[in-house]
Ligand binder design. Structure first.
Ligand code: NCD
Length: 363
């Protein structure tokens, strides 16, 4: 396994659980008056954003800053990209400035994978084209776990513009890894060719699926990526695939409503549904910071070996110490479990990093 987070599909169940447990630990910081830890002091994280973004960019920035990393925000608009500079040259320039981690959002699917081959630091995919958005899937899993406990056997319905959604792709992969059953719902024009081979079910009938859903995750209709007409008009789309109060009433009592944002209120989701007690949309944003802190901590934290360099003194060099890979957790897997392998050091760091033990004066 690599030192990067490029695809939700690269995470084993143990990797994903480690990230979610670490995020749960770090979420406790949010209750403190000073929401900061010294863990990544001296490290530099570059936010390399080639696409417009509100929550993902600010979320990564908040996550890195709460871990005391130095943050460089780069957005393609107003940079040398408009003078024709290539991604590779931009990346090498930023690396020369000492980036330990690069968080990249790019309109081209696969851009983070290319970047990972060019630079020495860790690369985190913050959304590439219509391909993947692994930290969104992790924050979604974290949010579901907080509300419904384990993801095992949970039925998650993802409805909307699946064709253009990197959120859907990453969620299908991660939720499957974590044991949930995913059903994609969209008009036939907004489901990708080959969806039948994905590890999930799919349906064109939203109303039939709702009563069997523990979670319903709505996706934005991504007009900026549409180069043709995919449905007759907005009203027709909302009538068949929008989540309104009537449809929400068909959900089981315990079901939650999610949306990665930004929302088109009145299109895929009615305003009263977005603001209802079942909606966890604002919580998703808060959880995003904790999950991204966990990802940055596990990739960049501690010593060089945490990002795939030399193992710590006394530790055996093995593939396991270099990346996310971890052997199966013991029977007491879950919150607080200590992984008995190369990741133990990082887990131990986390214990040493018991946030209640870090005096706020230390910051
Ligand atoms: C999503 C994205 O950019 O892929 N939003 C996000 O990251 N919060 C979904 C979208 O743009 O609709």
């Amino acid at each position: 396994m690599s030192r990067h987070l490029l695809s939700a599909g690269d995470l084993t169940r143990d990797d994903a659980i480690l990230i979610l447990d670490t995020a749960a630990e770090l979420a406790r910081l949010a209750d403190r008056p000073i929401k900061k830890l010294p863990t990544l002091r001296g490290r530099t994280v570059v936010n390399l954003f080639y696409e417009d973004s509100t929550r993902t960019r600010t979320s990564f920035e908040a996550a890195a800053k709460r871990l005391s990393a130095d943050v460089i925000n780069f957005s393609a608009k107003g940079s040398s990209v408009s003078k024709g500079e290539s991604l590779k040259d931009t990346a090498l320039t930023l690396e020369a400035m000492g980036a330990d981690g690069v968080v990249i959002r790019h309109e081209a699917s696969g851009a983070p994978h290319r970047l990972a081959g060019w630079i020495r630091g860790s690369v985190v995919n913050a959304g590439d084209g219509t391909h993947e958005h692994p930290t969104q899937a992790l924050l979604d899993a974290f949010t579901i776990r907080r509300h419904l406990g384990s993801l095992d056997g949970r039925r998650v319905t993802i409805a909307g513009d699946v064709l253009h959604s990197r959120v859907a792709r990453s969620n299908v992969l991660l939720l499957k890894t974590l044991g949930a059953e995913v059903t994609l719902v969209a008009p036939p024009t907004l489901l990708p060719v080959g969806v039948g081979s994905w590890p999930c079910e799919f349906s064109y009938d939203f109303d039939a699926v709702l009563p069997k859903s523990d979670v319903v995750m709505m996706l934005r209709v991504q007009r900026e990526r549409m180069n043709a007409s995919y449905f007759p008009n907005a009203r027709e789309y909302s009538r068949r695939y929008g989540l309104d109060a009537l449809r929400m009433a068909a959900l089981p009592e315990h079901a939650i409503v999610m949306h990665p944002g930004p929302m088109n209120r009145g299109m895929e989701i009615a305003a009263d549904v977005a603001d209802s007690v079942r909606s966890v949309i604002v919580e998703q944003v808060a959880n995003g910071v904790s999950v991204r802190m966990a990802v940055l901590y596990l990739l960049l934290g501690g010593s060089e070996s945490a990002i795939g360099g030399a193992p710590p003194a006394g530790a055996e060099a093995s593939a396991d110490t270099a990346g996310w890979a971890a052997p199966p957790l013991g029977p007491d897997e879950g919150e607080g479990a200590v992984v008995d392998n190369g990741l133990r050091r990082r887990r131990t760091d986390l214990e040493a990093l018991d946030i209640s033990a870090v005096p706020e004066e230390a910051l």
